[in-house]
Design a binder for this molecule. Structure first.
Ligand code: SF4
Length: 374
């Protein structure tokens, strides 16, 4: 690495950016050794990536030509959005056979375009292709712009596609950060695909030309560092932070999800043993009470706390057939998990004191006033 390259990589520490005050008090020797470590790590990353790309890059893909036009890159990138590479190959070749240039595409009607696109789905994407072709012809003399910011102004062209066109077709040093790239860089340098990557600093520090870097990272991310990474077969594992930490940051995410699942399960178990407070009513005008002395809803034991169980309990105890609603509240009443349930009588003559809606509402307020827990 020459002095210029070393300077370009006047690197931040991808794992841990040292603050100025952290550097105070360190000897020059320590600072130099930290810097050397960082440089070595990035150097290692690019060297292994480059090796992999030379050995196993997907050079057979029709859009991986040494010299490729912006139109061809754009067609491939738009088709590859949300669609598998193997499906796109046939479409790409047929499409370019029929519309070999942006001018020929711009002159096509939707009806002419559709047979060469139908099946790829996302038809808004297809409509944007036609719009973009027309804009390129009418506003850019039939040539795709070279500047990323201008490319991003074309219909359906986002930052990733713009960067891919600029690098693959025009050799610009723009890194196309798609999910593959983010996953590989995030894991290797930071230990997680969800890492917050300082993109511009990376762009400045990479030495491989963006055209090669983008292609190599795309291929590496779809062959080795996939969703379930094949770390055992990975040439980068010796310095990969994800590998060193055994993926703990990402499995931490999973752990978090599984602990939430466990909490949910224990919550479900808790309510499985809940008693039922049942408000028996007729058209929400009359409310039946289990006591004569004042309005009191019915208490059904936990052993009968399903809708079928409640019906069975009322049938046996009072000879009534009920229509039972799902619980509308969960409270802890006198230390017991309690489900609040409404029900109406379908068959049978009730022999209970009757009260008005305000008694029901007052009772309900008392329950919730004690603290609703769900
Ligand atoms: S060691 Fe595993 S996580 Fe790290 S770059 Fe390789 S495949 Fe990805």
């Amino acid at each position: 690495m020459n002095a210029d390259e070393a300077e370009r990589r006047n690197l931040y520490d991808a794992e841990q950016i040292p603050r100025r005050e952290d550097l105070l008090g360190m000897t020059e020797e320590v600072i130099q050794s930290m810097r050397k470590d960082r440089l070595e790590k990035l150097g290692f990353f690019e060297e292994k990536l480059d090796d992999f790309f030379r050995r196993a890059g997907r050079e057979h893909l029709p859009w991986r030509k040494a010299r490729i036009g912006a139109y061809e890159v754009w067609v491939s990138e738009i088709m590859l959005q949300q669609t598998q590479v193997s499906r796109v190959i046939g479409y790409y070749e047929r499409f370019l056979g029929r519309f070999p240039t942006v001018v020929s595409l711009a002159a096509a009607t939707w009806e002419e375009f559709l047979p060469y696109y139908a099946g790829l789905g996302y038809y808004a994407r297809g409509r944007n292709m036609l719009k973009t072709a027309r804009v390129v012809v009418s506003e850019h003399s039939g040539e795709f712009p070279k500047v990323v910011e201008v490319l991003k102004g074309l219909p359906g062209v986002g930052p990733y596609t713009a960067a891919a066109i600029a690098s693959f077709a025009y050799g610009r040093n723009t890194v196309a950060w798609d999910t593959n790239l983010r996953r590989v860089v995030g894991r290797f340098f930071f230990g997680s695909k969800k890492a917050d990557i300082p993109f511009s600093e990376f762009e400045a520090a990479f030495l491989l030309p963006a055209k090669e870097l983008n292609a190599a990272l795309m291929d590496f991310g779809s062959a080795i560092c996939v969703a379930r990474p094949k770390c055992g077969a990975c040439p980068m594992k010796a310095k990969c932070r994800y590998y060193r930490e055994r993926g703990s940051q990402e499995s931490g995410i999973r752990n978090c999800e599984s602990s939430l699942r466990m909490e949910r399960r224990s919550e479900q178990r808790r309510w499985k043993d809940a008693q039922v407070v049942l408000f028996l009513h007729e058209g929400h005008r009359k409310y039946y009470s289990s006591k004569k002395s004042g309005y009191a809803p019915f208490v059904v034991p936990a052993s009968h706390n399903t809708r079928a169980g409640i019906k069975d309990w009322f049938r046996r105890k009072y000879g009534l057939e009920l229509a039972v609603r799902p619980p509308h509240g969960r409270v802890v009443s006198e230390g017991k998990p309690t489900l609040l349930v409404n029900a109406q009588i379908l068959l049978g003559k009730p022999d209970f004191p009757e009260f008005g809606r305000e008694s029901y509402e007052r009772r309900l307020r008392r329950f919730f006033g004690r603290g609703m827990s769900a």
